[in-house]
Design a protein around this ligand. Structure first.
Ligand code: UDP
Ligand code: MG
Length: 327
């Protein structure tokens, strides 16, 4: 008989709350983040685990996490072999989180950890499966970030649907049923802030003030913002494809007009000195064709990667498995 059987059983029970935190080269904020998150979770009066997904950091993040783990038993670290990106890191965390409720939060303290308590309360009070963290104040963001974010949410809500909450990023709380539903969907090019509302679970919102990044620099350069936007559009709307049809229809109308003019000019013996107009039309048509081909390519590319079904991340280790092997 194993005298530790009882505690083993306790440990095997899933925690009530999981907090998933993607981290990529976040050595500058880990200390601050842990110091602020821990009291919030300790005060919940519920069992919890913190699932940090180290997204292939190249700085001292792994070492700092190992150190933090030594005096915080609830801290669990999943390390990815290589940088897989914010959304893939979140997906890895959701796949492995065991909690009855799962919150996702950024590591840079832009999302205040205290809000997690408010989210749990909102979920209970409003019987919601999903609680979105909605930014009510972006004054700490740069003018450029505000402008692009505004354009992003307006376009998404117009094309994808108004069930997508504006100004809700990846700070949210989800029930086990919601997380299971997300995990069953294809993981390629996943944009969680659009996938989750599309599942249609009852939801609530909690407003919060978006703080400034506590330390370190953004891991979202312009190129990644563009990638997220393209994935958001091609993953959730076929409106861009229809755009190509409208271009085609518009082009056909213009062509018909030009043809009519040409016929009249020919019949009435007015030949046109038409080099410029020819050049402009050829250039315009060529550009539009390339644009439409590129659009088609985006969709074909999505089908292609999804069909292959390759993993979007590779797990190097999970400290939970590591610990149970040591015992
Ligand atoms: N992140 C990640 N992998 C990446 C890029 C970012 O795990 O390839 C994490 C990052 O460590 C942070 C969160 O995603 O916890 C949001 O990134 P960041 O704060 O840099 O984005 P921003 O707030 O500037 O949009
Ligand atoms: Mg940030």
């Amino acid at each position: 008989m194993n005298p530790a059987a009882d505690t083993d059983l306790d440990r095997a029970l899933p925690p009530q709350v999981s907090v998933v935190v993607p981290m990529y080269d976040e050595e500058a904020v880990i200390g601050m983040f842990v110091d602020r998150l821990r009291p919030v979770l300790d005060d919940l009066g519920q069992t919890y685990e913190v699932v940090v997904v180290d997204d292939g950091s190249r700085d001292t993040t792994p070492a700092l996490l190992e150190k933090a783990r030594r005096d915080w038993a609830e801290l669990r670290v999943i390390r990815l072999r290589a940088n897989a990106g914010h959304q893939a890191a979140l997906s890895a965390g959701l796949m492995r989180a065991r909690g009855a409720w799962v919150a996702t939060i950024d590591a840079d303290l832009q999302d205040p950890p205290e809000t997690i308590a408010a989210m749990l309360e909102a979920a209970r009070e409003q019987s919601a499966d999903v609680v979105y963290g909605v930014r009510n104040d972006r004054t700490t963001d740069s003018a450029f970030k505000r402008l692009t974010a505004n354009a992003y949410y307006r376009m998404i809500r117009r094309l994808v649907g108004h069930h997508v909450p504006a100004d809700a990023g990846d700070f949210r709380l989800m029930s086990r049923a919601t997380v299971d539903a997300v995990n069953r969907l294809p993981a390629q090019n996943r944009v969680l802030r659009l996938v989750v509302p599309a599942l249609g679970f009852p939801s609530a919102q909690v407003e919060y003030r978006r703080e400034e990044r506590a330390a370190g620099t953004t891991k979202y350069p312009l190129s990644r913002m563009i990638r997220l936007t393209v994935d958001s559009l091609t993953g959730f709307s076929i409106a861009p494809l229809r755009l190509a049809t409208y271009f085609g229809l518009g082009g056909a109308a213009v062509t018909a007009l030009l043809l009519a003019i040409a016929v009249v000019a020919f019949v009435t013996d007015h030949t046109l000195p038409g080099w410029t107009s020819t050049f402009v039309v050829v250039a315009a048509v060529g550009t539009l064709q390339l644009l439409c081909l590129g659009l088609l390519g985006e969709y074909v590319g999505r089908l292609y990667t999804q069909l292959q079904g390759r993993p979007t991340y590779h797990i190097a280790y999970d400290s939970v498995e590591w610990d149970s092997e040591q015992n």
